[in-house]
Design a binder for this molecule. Structure first.
Ligand SMILES: NC(=O)c1ccc[n+]([C@@H]2O[C@H](COP(=O)([O-])OP(=O)(O)OC[C@H]3O[C@@H](n4cnc5c(N)ncnc54)[C@H](OP(=O)(O)O)[C@@H]3O)[C@@H](O)[C@H]2O)c1
Length: 335
């Protein structure tokens, strides 16, 4: 199998980099500075708590016809706000029967891609990755992946893909109901706004824990009302209840890690990008909540403040946990 990673920033480069380290043929389609640095350095620099690697892969800003053959699989990894423009660009070069696997967060990307490609697969990537400078990515540790045919069902391709990914060191599950796994990941991602906008010194505080438990409890209520399943295909990923339980457990304060790895939202605020994708996580919950007349102030405030942080270029960590919690309480009581 050959791999093209389209929209290769943090997550796409880390996935492609590990495949290349395992001798797979990988091309990253990415922005000019990242592509130029990778090609100048003869590979992608990958930094992690477990060591530094140089992955031998190629990078380009555009896909050429000769980059794709009948054995090519596309990993699709732009942010959700770029899905339409990227898939329209991809389909100009890739034949419509090319397998396309979306490792993006959110639950609306595959339904866009399937309008252009016949063989669409969903992917869940449970691994925190950052790309803060061209030619270089960082990740905390090897992660867990789930892949499956979109919208559902058993299929031979995800099994074949899983074995290639396992050989590259990932822990991989194949799902026959990938959108249930993607919904579970969406719920987990609801925490990413607070993780990015709350000042670091508050991250071990009770208020911070209450904020994260708050968004998850609201989502749980909404999903129950909607009769929507958000679950792991083989129960290997924590359920929403398990995540809440973990958050509530007392923990020792953390010491800072030597390798800087933060979530995608944090990265976008840090890099002062003009768009963030958090609306793709919170809005499905907020819309369903309206339908069922459920109040979701934690989700609303998280989305509002992360949007403000982006629009006003405040960077990550612009808010204290206690002030955000107070804002949510005021909204709930109507004061
Ligand atoms: N980072 C993580 O830890 C992580 C983990 C799991 C899942 N995810 C999900 O994976 C997706 C990607 O996240 P990410 O953190 O990797 O984001 P990212 O670092 O911003 O990577 C996306 C890259 O695609 C580029 N891009 C957009 N349009 C393009 C085009 N037409 N041609 C070439 N490149 C293009 C973007 O460039 P510009 O910014 O210049 O547009 C950006 O460099 C998101 O859905 C995210 O939620 C992320």
């Amino acid at each position: 199998m050959r791999f093209v990673v389209f929209g290769a920033g943090a997550v796409g480069s880390v996935l492609g980099g590990h495949l290349a380290l395992n001798k797979q043929d990988v091309l990253l389609v990415t922005r000019e500075p990242h592509a130029a640095a990778i090609n100048e350095n003869n590979g992608l620099r990958m930094l992690s708590a477990t060591g530094d690697y140089s992955a031998p892969l190629r990078a380009a800003t555009k896909l050429a016809r000769e980059d794709i053959d009948a054995d090519t699989c596309v990993f699709f990894t732009p942010k959700s706000n770029d899905t339409k423009s990227c898939v329209e660009q991809l389909v100009k070069t890739a034949p419509p029967d090319t397998p396309v696997v979306s490792f993006q967060n959110g639950v609306t990307n595959e339904e866009i891609i399937v309008k252009y490609f016949e063989n669409v697969y969903g992917g869940v990537c449970r691994m925190t990755c950052s790309q803060l400078q061209p030619g270089q990515v960082s990740f905390r540790k090897m992660g867990r992946l789930v892949v499956g045919k979109y919208p559902k069902g058993a299929h031979s391709f995800p099994k074949k893909l899983a074995s290639v990914l396992e050989e590259a060191g990932f822990d991989v599950s194949v799902s026959n109901s990938i959108m249930c796994d993607k919904w579970l990941k969406l719920i987990v991602n609801l925490q990413s706004g607070f993780n990015a906008i709350i000042e670091n010194r508050d991250h071990d505080s009770v208020e911070f824990m209450e904020l994260k438990v708050g968004v998850l409890e609201e989502a749980k209520k909404v999903l129950r009302a909607q009769k929507m399943k958000a679950k792991s295909c083989d129960d290997r990923d924590l359920s929403v209840d398990d995540v809440i339980g973990e958050l509530k457990k007392p923990k020792a304060p953390r010491s800072p890690s030597s390798v800087r790895v933060n979530n995608s939202t944090w990265q976008n605020l840090y890099l002062k990008r003009k768009e963030i994708e958090n609306g793709y996580f919170h809005n499905p919950i907020i819309e369903m909540a309206k339908k069922h007349k459920i109040d979701v102030p934690f989700n609303e405030v998280s989305l509002e403040l992360v949007t403000e942080s982006c629009n006003e270029q405040l960077g990550p960590g612009a808010f204290r946990a206690s002030e955000v919690l107070q804002k949510i309480k005021d909204r709930s009581t109507g004061s």
